[in-house]
Design a protein around this ligand. Structure first.
Ligand code: GUN
Length: 294
């Protein structure tokens, strides 16, 4: 039987409606709307399209949204000064610097420079540390989105065997951490697989919930998935262009094969992607509320 499709687009829409309601209350009662600045350095096509999508959603939700595009050859000092300017700006509640950055800029230095109270990406080490010990903080948007998808789709994580494929700072490490914590959407037993894992399939075949953030198109095939597993595909791979010049996307999971074995699966596009953007908006509302001491 074919798997249930977990639609990130639909769940994201629900959450965006909740956010809209919060924004209109904030505006009415306090005369404030959430402010989000997205800083893009250079013209990496994937980054350009992600930032555009983030700005479009922020705009739709009635945020004060600022797109700050900087040339590829901006110096590290100039970028740090720009971040400091936004740190000091009371109309900006959230600051996002799109990654990756050009090689001459130290990514760590840039992430440290963002005020942790405006770090709506959840990448500042203060927020990462708070997340690990289970304190309130800004959660990184993709893992936060995956948690919301699992919770809102009624997937039981407590006691489940979860396998995460990928160990990046943005997805693999934080989602693994959140899933084993004592929290809603947590309490799972988690295994992390990576490029040095021996016999990947021996692990993935045990997963009740398989989360794939490998960064390679269709590396997880049906023979690697347990019958009835829930499969969350974090990958967004550009595998070509349509005659009209639009990117053709696929995930890290072989969707057509795996959907015949899984009980539920996220599509690409329309799965984790819209959730990531939505959780960025949720974090920005949270940052604005904190600035207003709400
Ligand atoms: N590059 C890829 N994913 C992300 C993300 O979630 N935030 C930022 N800032 N850069 C990214």
């Amino acid at each position: 039987m074919s798997a249930k499709i977990i639609s990130g687009t639909q769940i994201a829409e629900q959450i965006r409606n909740e956010i809209k309601a919060e924004v209109s209350v904030m505006k009415e009662r306090h005369g404030v709307v959430p402010g989000l600045v997205t800083i893009l350095v250079g013209e990496n096509p994937a980054s350009v399209s992600y930032v555009k999508a983030k700005q479009a959603v922020a705009h739709k939700l009635g945020f004060n949204s600022i797109q700050d595009s900087q040339p590829e050859d901006i110096s590290e000092d100039q970028l740090l000064a720009l971040i400091e300017k936004y740190n000091q700006d009371p109309l900006v509640h959230g600051i996002l610097v799109q990654l990756p950055l050009p090689r001459h800029i130290d990514e760590g230095k840039v992430l440290y420079a963002i005020n942790p109270g405006k770090d709506v990406d959840g990448f500042h080490p203060v927020n990462v540390g708070k997340m690990v010990i289970g304190e309130p903080c800004f959660l990184p948007c993709t893992p936060y989105g995956i948690l919301e998808m699992l919770i809102r789709s009624g997937v039981e994580t407590s006691g489940a065997e979860v396998v995460v494929v990928g160990r990046s700072n943005i997805v693999g490490k934080p989602i693994a951490n959140l899933l084993f914590q004592k929290r809603e959407g947590g309490n799972a037993t988690v295994t992390i697989c990576h490029t040095r894992t021996r016999d990947m399939a021996s692990h993935t075949l045990k997963a009740d919930i398989l989360i794939v953030a490998a960064g390679h198109p269709r590396v997880i095939t049906a023979d690697m998935v347990k019958e009835g597993a829930v499969v969350i595909d974090v990958g967004i791979n550009r595998i070509g262009k349509t005659p009209e010049g639009k990117a053709i996307l696929c995930g890290d999971v072989d969707f057509d094969g795996v959907k015949e074995k899984a009980s539920a699966i996220t599509p690409v596009p329309g799965g984790v992607g819209p959730m990531t953007i939505t959780m960025l908006m949720k974090n920005t509302v949270q940052a604005a509320k904190q600035a207003l001491s709400l």
